[in-house]
Design a protein around this ligand. Sequence first.
Ligand SMILES: Cc1ncc(COP(=O)(O)O)c(C=O)c1O
Length: 382
Amino acid sequence: MKNNKFETQCVHEGQLKDTLYKGAISPLYMATAYSYEETDRYPRYFNTPNQVGLAEKIAALEGAERGLIFGSGMAAISTALLAFLKKGDHVVLQNDLYGGTTNLVVEHFENYGIEYSFTEGLSAHDFEAKIQANTKVLYVESPSNPLMKIVDLEAIAQLAKNNSLVSMIDNTFASPVNQNPIAFGIDIVLHSATKYLGGHSDILAGAVACSSAHMEKIFAVAKSLGGNLSDLSIWLLERSIKTLSIRVRQQNENALTLASYLEQHHAIEKVHYPGLSSHPDHSLAKKQMKGFTGMMSFALKANIHRTTFEKSLKIIQPVVSLAGVESTITIPAITSHKLLTPEGRKKQGITDQLVRFSVGIEHVEDLINDLNQALEGAANEG
Ligand SMILES: Cc1ncc(COP(=O)(O)O)c(C=O)c1O
């Protein structure tokens, strides 16, 4: 199975055999109590049949030796960080991260005696500048939320190796369809599987993929923290990932068309999409990504009434999460980045007119029409 192509792995890797009835899909094993005569099988040890099967699929999709599935993206992220950071250690994190990860670090790490620094920018030099004698981990997120900035994965991996550090990436926005960080030397790949892996806005889950040696350390913490996903959701997530490749490729294609459309629209100030040649990191994105994702953000011109725009959309829905098959928008200033001060948001380039757009798999012409009617309506009001 491991030698099969990505699309085939999405469908078949880690699938459990239905030896009893010879059904074509994985049977679901919901037991939380297994005989101790055979093994210490228990859901919180991440070793039920469905957990093990899906972990193999995730590992294959990321080109990793091992995978582990969690109850949320934050369970995966917090467990991985705590597996490599103890009292007195230090972590360097990208300045531009998912808000929940920033909150975990800023609100809790001091209680555990863990030191941290956020970078000034996203280059490897920016990370290097923050490395201290007690640094143990470099943490990145690429593309970043919501401005779709790109971090040079090869350079970060090399920097980590040169300094004997563990490198971690939140690969949620790219998904394994578009980016496999392990191929560039990154040690640990993290996902909010709630997003592209689940893809239907109905499963909350997380995932980790890495080497067996790193996984041993993560597992040792994971079984105590207890952040596993229930087998029922594991089974649903396995089903969702069967269509991951075709979903995300359609989202990539729609997003590229829409980004080009929006870029020339009179109501739009700027489009942030790594697939556009106007994006400052376009060539880096081309080097390390196979597609540019269904995620983008765009700034409305000052004369466009943002709330009218949001309320006028008929197909595209205003929601907090992302990466479902349905197109959605979010306003970072009032959702994901609302805890920052207005100055902090301004410093990061997150204005009140910025819209984050998660492109779905609908027909692209319908999405263009929906955006256009909402933009024209909001322009008349502006
Ligand atoms: C980039 C990124 N990482 C991590 C998370 C956290 O994932 P979850 O909500 O599944 O815990 C999110 C959630 O929005 C996210 O967007």
